[in-house]
Design a protein around this ligand. Structure first.
Ligand SMILES: *Cc1c(COP(=O)(O)O)cnc(C)c1O
Length: 455
């Protein structure tokens, strides 16, 4: 292998490097290496190009992060311009220009209760920070008995220990159970598998939450929720009005509300933030993924001034929040995040997402009619298509058949990359995706589903 690196390497050489040196995340390496994996070399707009020159639609926005397409001149230039000044300096005990400007923009754009920004570098760290702040907040204001977190079953908030603790995905989290702190969990209002109407499903979850609060409010510090769409659980959508009711119960019982908008933030659901759909004002909000347009790893935890104030005082009071990361407030990341927000404004992108979502909703009817499609769930440009063995009984496929995975592989052969969540096929196109490309993407999924399920 030469020092010239990937650009001169053949596909076979790259695979060999992968086999010998790289451990891919959330990936069974044995299957992966047997399977001629895709090695991406470049991207352009809504497409990615691999080392063999094959082009694919980026059907899940590179794991839900991409917003404006790849290799966008405006974003590239923002990074290059910042690079001419400085790539990174610390935010510990000092500040930098783009981090300040971005903090102001984020506070302006997010719900009014949120007044301060704490940066980090991934969704999981943004969640972790929020959990530590919520926990410490109650101690700072003299109510240390409020130290219990509430999460939703099948929630996903990232892979660090705290984020796993409030998450609830068996397959990912159960092995680590002895390391996790205990949480209260209520069921997510997942109407598709609920024996009753959507309204009854929402009422059942709210009833659980109310019972929990009635019993334990004096111990509950904070409720953590993925607003509107429980993404990793399989793009499960909340019944309308549910989030609002969750907020009401939190207020009534003096619990902090923590909206994890890592997946839903930045236009994905058809508003800039999912909380806006129901005018919900959380006390904490985590942001990541689309924050930099999907370019660089910057995340943020926004908190209310009340939380900030609980940590504000003379040094000797020891109220300081002793937490930070080496790359907190990275300039290149903040610069590209600012350029991304400029593009949202200039292109009227949120309105365009609403328009694209209406088109997608019509276009997905054909998919919903396929014999092994049990449920098509969508909010904005977040789509989950649940495949089932039997539509009538909603009986799932045997998980060992890996139907979702096979649909993903077939879609790849047909020219689109996406990664299923079990047997839920995901479509999460970059927000800028044009109508004809959305149409083509759905067409590929339709065909892939038909080919794999034999219908
Ligand atoms: C992806 C995700 C996270 C974790 O973000 P990472 O950047 O992968 O650490 C947290 N919360 C939600 C809702 C997510 O979808």
């Amino acid at each position: 292998m030469t020092l010239a690196g990937a650009s001169s390497a053949t596909y076979a050489e790259l695979l060999e490097q992968n086999r010998r040196f790289l451990w891919n995340p959330f990936t069974q390496m044995k299957d992966y290496l047997a399977d001629e994996p895709v090695v991406i070399e470049r991207g352009e707009g809504v497409k990615l190009v691999d080392a063999n020159g094959a082009e694919y639609y980026d059907g899940n926005s590179s794991l839900w992060v991409n917003v404006h397409g790849h290799n966008r001149a405006e974003l590239n230039e923002a990074i290059a311009a910042q690079l001419e000044k400085v790539a990174h300096s610390t935010l510990l005990g000092m500040a930098n220009v783009p981090a300040l400007e971005l903090a102001e923009r984020l506070v302006e754009l997010t719900p009014a209760r949120l007044g301060k920004v704490f940066y980090s570098d991934s969704g999981a760290t943004a969640v972790e920070i929020g959990l530590k702040l919520a926990f410490a907040y109650w101690r700072r204001i003299g109510r240390p008995e409020k130290n219990v977190f509430v999460g939703f079953e099948d929630g996903y908030h990232g892979d660090t220990i705290g984020a796993m603790s409030v998450g609830g995905i068996e397959l990912f989290h159960s092995e680590f159970a002895p390391l996790l702190f205990s949480c209260e969990r209520v069921s997510f209002p997942h109407a598709y598998r609920f024996p009753g109407s959507e309204a009854e499903c929402a009422d059942a979850s709210l009833g659980e939450l109310e019972t929990l609060f009635d019993r334990d409010a004096q111990r509950i510090a904070c409720l953590v929720v993925e607003p509107l769409v429980q993404a990793a659980a399989g793009m499960r959508t909340m019944p309308a009005g549910f989030l609002r009711e969750v907020e009401r119960l939190c207020r009534e019982h003096d619990a902090l509300l923590f909206a994890d908008e890592v997946a839903t933030g930045f236009g994905r659901t058809g508003e800039l933030f999912a909380c806006e759909h129901e005018r919900v004002e959380p006390d904490l909000m985590s942001l990541g993924k689309g924050l930099t347009g999907g370019y660089l790893p910057v995340a943020a935890t926004l908190v209310s001034d009340a939380i900030y104030d609980a940590f504000y005082g003379d040094f000797a009071e020891l109220k300081t929040f002793f937490h930070g990361h080496s790359f907190t407030g990275n300039q290149l990341g903040c610069a590209v995040a600012l350029a991304s927000l400029d593009l949202f404004e200039r292109d009227g992108l949120v309105a365009r997402v609403q328009d694209s979502a209406r088109f997608l909703s019509r276009r997905l009817r054909a998919v919903a009619a396929l014999p092994h499609v049990g449920d098509v769930r969508r909010r904005g440009l977040m789509v989950g298509i649940e495949l089932v063995a039997d539509r009538e009984t909603k009986r799932p496929f045997d998980w060992r058949e890996r139907v979702g995975q096979r649909v993903g592989l077939r879609a790849r052969e047909l020219g689109m990359l996406t990664r299923p969540l079990g047997d839920v096929v995901v479509l999460m196109p970059p927000l800028v995706t044009a109508r004809e490309d959305l149409d083509a993407m759905v067409g590929i999924l339709e065909l892939a589903i038909m080919d794999v399920t034999g219908s």
